[in-house]
Design a protein around this ligand. Structure first.
Ligand code: SF4
Length: 167
């Protein structure tokens, strides 16, 4: 399946726990002031690749503990990322997703957008919410501002409430 991406990084230690393969998707509607990746905002920028290529690139490196979908806004390309993420999960990799929407907003979106719900259903940890410049902190793990949360999606879905992840 085709996907529009800004790029990928292997063996990242800053985008989630352990060593991670990171897919930076292209296109973001949130326009957060102070965003670190403004070049990922345009929905016509970046490049179009096949998810098979991304899967193969990640699996070439046996050291990776997990995969992170970052951006850009991953949930704008939920169908392709669900197809890709499912393969990573079946290969035993931990899956983390970033989103400018909150977990609760994504749940609401999932009522109308099937693949938003499906992508959530295979996500282990969600880093949620827009980057807020006034709330920026360098002390936070895997997040940029204090309003953003790391959510244990599997537990949250199971218990029908928002549960933070322990990382
Ligand atoms: S959601 Fe992320 S990529 Fe999009 S504008 Fe905000 S900080 Fe930038």
């Amino acid at each position: 399946m085709k996907i529009r991406i800004a790029g990928t990084v292997s063996e990242s230690i800053v985008d989630g726990p352990g060593l991670r393969y990171v897919v930076f998707v292209q296109g973001c509607p949130h326009n957060c002031e102070g965003c670190h990746n403004p070049e990922t905002h345009s929905f016509s920028g970046g490049k179009i690749v096949d998810t098979d290529e991304l899967f193969a690139e990640c699996m070439e490196d046996p050291l990776q503990d997990g995969v992170t979908f970052s951006g850009g806004e991953p949930f704008c390309q939920a169908e392709a990322l669900y197809a890709l993420g499912k393969r990573f999960k079946e290969s035993g990799l931990h899956l983390m997703c970033y989103s400018g929407w909150t977990y609760e907003q994504l749940l609401e979106k999932s009522e109308k957008e099937e693949f938003v719900g499906k992508l959530l259903s295979i996500t282990d940890v969600l880093a949620d919410g827009k980057f807020v410049l006034e709330k920026r902190s360098l002390a936070l793990k895997f997040r940029g501002s204090t309003n953003q949360r790391l959510i244990d999606v599997q537990k949250s879905l199971k218990e029908n409430r928002t549960i933070l992840a322990e990382l």
